[in-house]
Design a protein around this ligand. Structure first.
Ligand code: GDP
Length: 367
């Protein structure tokens, strides 16, 4: 069998079977002398970056390649999925390079969230994961808020070197880079061909000045992301589109909340308290008695408790129980990729249920 050719833009091996993945090009393009993948084609002709995803092995290969280069690494994370959008092992590959952390989707945060607390929390989390970012910024790539400031910061911290943008899928990396392209270049033909002849780093290059460039790396699929357990139509329901409206519930002990069919929250022990739910406004929340909760989930998953929808509920992972004794008031129970519930009062025992693999953890309230 003949080896497939490589893309003249990014060097990825061309494949014609998996649209949306690296190196995809339609079969018709194989006749051409110089083959360009769909991702590079769109960037070249429409100045638009298309999200692509990669397998873990390919991604590690790219990260390894980055470790050998010098430059500023810009890591994009989703504020709502900080843990789900973390790249495992990133700290090992950063090497001596500086890393700038940019948290995206700030437009979704309720106004009550304190910016300083958010940034502080992200710094601490990054530290736990072995990284010490040179700075932490928040942006909304979607609305453009903070993007100019982020570009200025990138320009300062890169100290004349190249920039590598990394992120897992769905964090909004493409949206962010598309903003940068629009604001910074305005050029029609921004990728040039064969930057790395003989290599397959699969990077896309966007010039920053005459010598240095910003490189987009493909997004890694992080299997812990809630998003990967849902069908795209269901995903639309859980991805908040607008600023979250906090919903407050006064609960007695032994009451349960269901967030669609995606997650569950049991108030097990403590005085009557209020709990503030921060999830997409379109998601329905159902309150029931703890003693009825198991049966309710069994009988109504996919209908009253949805998403997941009836059609896809059999593929949805089982919910796993995580129990917490919350000693301090104003503590968030965070469901990665979904949102969080603020426990307002101290000394309660609660249990949070999330799909297997999706992280649940405590954090001091951001409000
Ligand atoms: P990528 O996989 O990281 O390249 O992510 P995309 O740029 O394709 O974005 C993933 C999803 O997040 C899309 O549905 C975007 O519309 C959405 N998105 C990206 N940036 C923002 C943002 O700043 N705010 C909000 N609310 N949604 C965003």
């Amino acid at each position: 069998m003949n080896e497939m050719p490589t893309c003249i833009g990014c060097g990825a091996q061309i494949q014609t079977e998996r649209p949306g993945e690296l190196g995809y090009a339609p079969v018709s393009s194989l006749d051409k002398e110089e083959i360009i993948c769909q991702r590079c084609f769109r960037l070249k002709n429409y100045n638009e970056l298309q999200p692509v995803s990669l397998t873990d092995d390919d991604f590690l290969r790219i990260l390894n390649g980055l470790g050998e280069r010098k430059g500023l690494i810009v890591k994009i994370v989703d504020i709502f999925d900080f843990n789900g959008s973390w790249i495992p092992g990133l700290h090992r590959f950063v090497g001596n390079n500086d890393i700038l952390l940019i948290a995206n989707k700030a437009d979704l945060l309720p106004k009550s969230v304190k910016q300083a607390k958010l940034i502080n929390w992200m710094k601490q989390e990054a530290k736990k994961l072995g990284l010490k970012p040179i700075d932490v910024l928040t942006v909304s790539a979607h609305k453009g808020t903070g993007v100019v400031e982020a570009m200025e910061a990138i320009d300062e911290y890169r100290k004349g070197q190249d920039v590598y943008v990394v992120g897992s899928t769905n964090v909004g990396k493409s949206t962010f880079i598309n903003r940068i392209i629009k604001q910074a270049t305005g050029q029609s033909d921004i990728i040039t061909t064969s930057h790395f002849p003989g290599t397959t780093l699969d990077l896309i290059e966007i010039p920053l000045d005459d010598e240095k460039s910003l490189f987009d790396t493909p997004g890694i699929i992080n299997h812990h992301q809630l998003a990967h357990h849902l069908h795209s139509s269901e995903l639309k329901m859980i991805m908040p589109k607008k600023e979250l409206k906090p919903r407050v519930f006064q609960l007695n002990a032994e009451q349960t909340l269901f967030i669609g069919g995606l997650a569950r929250f049991d108030f097990i022990h403590g005085d009557r308290s209020s709990f503030t739910v921060h999830v997409a406004n379109d998601l329905q929340i159902h309150r029931t008695k703890l003693e009825n909760a198991d049966a309710l989930y069994e009988q109504h998953l996919g209908e009253m408790l949805s998403p997941p929808t009836t059609q896809y509920k059999d593929d949805f992972p089982e919910l796993v129980r995580h129990e917490f004794r919350v000693k301090e008031g104003k503590t968030d129970i965070v469901y990665s990729g979904l949102g969080w519930i603020t426990v307002q009062h101290p000394n309660v025992v609660v249990a949070a249920y999330a799909p297997r693999g999706v992280e649940v953890f405590l954090r001091p309230s951001l409000i």
